[in-house]
Design a binder for this molecule. Structure first.
Ligand SMILES: [Zn+2]
Length: 63
């Protein structure tokens, strides 16, 4: 009497660890209002541009 360890649909599990992250919420980086460069967030609404230094994000009217 053989052991039935393997399920009929063995190996059906899917890989879902690479799901895309939603970017609807406020990102951790914004484009510099002056030069459009990518500026990482320093703290709160303060961002840092490699060219223009720190700047504060205005009340963005989310598009
Ligand atoms: Zn800039």
């Amino acid at each position: 009497m053989p052991e039935e360890r393997a399920s009929p649909s063995g190996g059906w599990h899917e890989v879902y660890g690479a799901m895309a992250v939603d970017t609807d919420f406020e990102a951790d980086s914004l484009d510099c209002p002056a030069c459009g460069d990518d500026c990482p967030r320093l703290h709160g609404r303060t961002f840092w541009c490699p060219t223009h230094g720190t700047w504060e994000a205005r009340s963005a009217s989310a598009a």
